[in-house]
Design a protein around this ligand. Structure first.
Ligand SMILES: *[C@@H]1O[C@H](CO)[C@@H](O)[C@H](O)[C@H]1NC(C)=O
Ligand SMILES: *[C@@H]1O[C@H](CO)[C@@H](O)[C@H](O)[C@H]1NC(C)=O
Ligand SMILES: *[C@@H]1O[C@H](CO)[C@@H](O)[C@H](O)[C@H]1NC(C)=O
Ligand SMILES: *[C@@H]1O[C@H](CO)[C@@H](O)[C@H](O)[C@H]1NC(C)=O
Ligand SMILES: *[C@@H]1O[C@H](CO)[C@@H](O)[C@H](O)[C@H]1NC(C)=O
Ligand SMILES: *[C@@H]1O[C@H](CO)[C@@H](O)[C@H](O)[C@H]1NC(C)=O
Ligand SMILES: *[C@@H]1O[C@H](CO)[C@@H](O)[C@H](O)[C@H]1NC(C)=O
Ligand SMILES: *[C@@H]1O[C@H](CO)[C@@H](O)[C@H](O)[C@H]1NC(C)=O
Length: 494
């Protein structure tokens, strides 16, 4: 038995640190078309070990919902596109869905939203006529269960439903006054819900045929002569991500709705692609995700809505190797299922993200069995290569001479040194994370701001190897067909 598996990545640590510190959150989508999907409890261990606070499921898998109980993690559950029709046609089907998939798990599992379908308007238009009716039926069922204040109903849409997203100020849904999108917005407004947007600068860039510089898609600074400015508002758009969110705000405005916040339910960048997908690289994926986290974490909204943070769910946790489509389609994950990071992150790029964020310590859990703690301690000081010299007799952390105290020191030493390369705070369930510095008297825990070792939490280490994924069948499936015509071009060359 291995007390701690090498789950995790630097990236997720960064996410976790940020979610503690700032208002805007970064969540993660959990797709399951994975040939070696870890068990639900392992998935939750990974998420918890890295303090991810928000997840979105594409269904309402009972194992996941049970495993998430008591974690405090906020969960979006999904109505699949196949289920939308029945729920739209029958209030009792909706009520049964809510009872089975929501009411029976809350409050232990913190379900805060139901995502109804996935990109229905663009990808399954035949379901669109019943979409809002399905949302209404679900909302009524929540009202009947007295859950409507806690659980919102919304429906993730692709940016595709905005034919010309650039410049943002003139963007508009392709809609007539009583269209589905109009009714959907009316529903969101009436129920105090939010708009769920799937926004992929990767597709905006790759389908833009060179109109936009890749740096714009990757949140990198543009030279001053190539600033991207909306000619109507004169807002500077530092990233395509910001422009996509603003295009959606302006499209909502154009239908005379206001006060509906946007949450980005999907964004990401594939780390590997086929021969015709040269931009799907580990380097680009690492840059995008790293910069996305920094962007969202600064708490500001897009130029037209500076005060509304852009809460965002990264697509996605694991590479989904079973998904059909181009090679890139299988490579949106941040982690392999054994927990190794799929792409390296530039540590220099992340130093700003690190900021002064609180150090997280790993200590033995109250009530953990002594046998398991002893196993964990042995492993940490042995294979785990923790420096256990200070818990030896006569050294500063020897007293109190208990297995729990010694395990805490060893777990934490291991964790501080190894987490950047995938070490987690688990130790067969006997360890837990805390922001309280466990140091006492002259016993300084590794990572304590008073310890001489300082904050060397992120040694330049190796990252997990990249999974060698085979070529998949080449279907031309893409999440977004992102139409950029020459007319949309508004790069102003100053
Ligand atoms: C569930 O999430 C809501 C919304 O953020 C939060 O206010 C609440 O404290 C959470 N509940 C639990 C039990 O963690
Ligand atoms: C709009 O659509 C709703 C639902 O389909 C329908 O009940 C209503 O009569 C329509 N209103 C107009 C003005 O067409
Ligand atoms: C929005 O409001 C303006 C001004 O009241 C009106 O002219 C316009 O027709 C409205 N647009 C829609 C889509 O309702
Ligand atoms: C936050 O990000 C936005 C968009 O990139 C940028 O305009 C703004 O200056 C940033 N704010 C801070 C405080 O870094
Ligand atoms: C971070 O630390 C530096 C130097 O100690 C300090 O000047 C700065 O204000 C701190 N920033 C935050 C956000 O606490
Ligand atoms: C272990 O920690 C002790 C005390 O802090 C230190 O003197 C020693 O050099 C460390 N050993 C290694 C191998 O880092
Ligand atoms: C760290 O040092 C400061 C100032 O010397 C002291 O107030 C604080 O209690 C120390 N923290 C710990 C955990 O020893
Ligand atoms: C993790 O999985 C990847 C891809 O499947 C593999 O290349 C790597 O060797 C594995 N790492 C460990 C530590 O098992």
């Amino acid at each position: 038995m291995i007390p701690d598996r090498c789950f995790g990545s630097l990236l997720l640590v960064l996410i976790g640190m940020f979610s503690n510190v700032l208002g805007a959150f970064i969540g993660v989508n959990i797709g399951t078309d994975v040939s070696s999907m870890p068990s639900a409890s392992d998935v939750v261990s990974i998420i918890r070990a890295h303090q991810i606070t928000h997840v979105r499921l594409y269904d309402a898998d009972s194992h996941m919902l049970k495993a998430l109980a008591g974690s405090g993690i906020e969960v979006i559950v999904g109505v699949t596109n196949e289920e939308v029709l029945g729920i739209g046609q029958s209030a009792s089907t909706a009520a049964a869905w809510v009872n089975k998939n929501v009411a029976s798990y809350v409050p232990a599992t913190n379900i805060t939203a139901i995502a109804v379908g996935s990109e229905v308007l663009s990808s399954v238009p035949q379901v669109a006529p019943v979409l809002v009716s399905a949302m209404n039926n679900l909302h009524k069922a929540l009202v009947a269960s007295d859950l409507n204040f806690h659980v919102k109903v919304s429906s993730p849409q692709s940016l595709d439903i905005i034919p010309k997203p650039f410049p943002p100020s003139t963007a508009a849904f392709n809609s007539s006054p009583n269209s589905t999108i109009y009714q959907l917005l009316q529903f969101l407004k009436n129920t105090n819900s939010y708009y769920m947007l799937n926004a992929y600068p990767y597709y905006g860039y790759t389908n833009g045929n060179g109109i936009f510089p890749i740096d714009y898609a990757l949140f990198k600074p543009l030279p001053s002569v190539k600033q991207i400015v909306d000619p109507n508002t004169l807002f500077h758009y530092n990233s395509m991500f910001d422009a996509m969110v603003d295009a959606t705000y302006y499209s909502i405005d154009a239908l005379n709705f206001s006060g509906i916040p946007i949450v980005v339910t999907e964004t990401g960048w594939p780390s590997q692609g086929g021969p015709n997908e040269p931009d799907a690289t580990m380097e680009n994926a690492g840059t995008f995700i790293n910069n996305l986290i920094r962007r969202v974490s600064n708490n500001s909204g897009p130029p037209s809505r500076l005060n509304i943070p852009i809460n965002t769910y990264i697509y996605e946790l694991f590479n989904e190797d079973k998904r059909p489509g181009p090679v890139s389609e299988k490579n949106w994950g941040m982690l392999s299922t054994n927990g190794t990071a799929v792409f390296p992150l530039s540590l220099s790029g992340s130093s700003q993200i690190m900021g002064n964020s609180t150090t997280v310590f790993c200590v033995a859990k109250d009530g953990a069995s002594e046998d398991k703690l002893q196993d964990g301690l042995n492993w940490a000081c042995g294979q785990g290569q923790a420096n256990c010299s200070v818990i030896q007799s006569g050294q500063p952390c020897y007293l109190p001479n208990s297995i729990k105290n010694h395990a805490s020191y060893a777990y934490n030493d291991y964790y501080q040194k190894m987490r950047s390369i995938g070490g987690t705070c688990d130790f067969d369930g006997t360890a837990t994370i805390t922001t309280n510095d466990p140091s006492y008297r002259s016993c300084m825990f590794t990572g304590s701001s008073n310890a001489s070792s300082g904050r060397g939490l992120f040694p330049a280490g190796e990252f997990g190897p990249v999974s060698p994924l085979g070529e998949g069948p080449k279907l031309s499936v893409s999440k977004i067909r992102f139409v950029v015509s020459a007319a949309c071009l508004f790069i102003i060359l100053l």
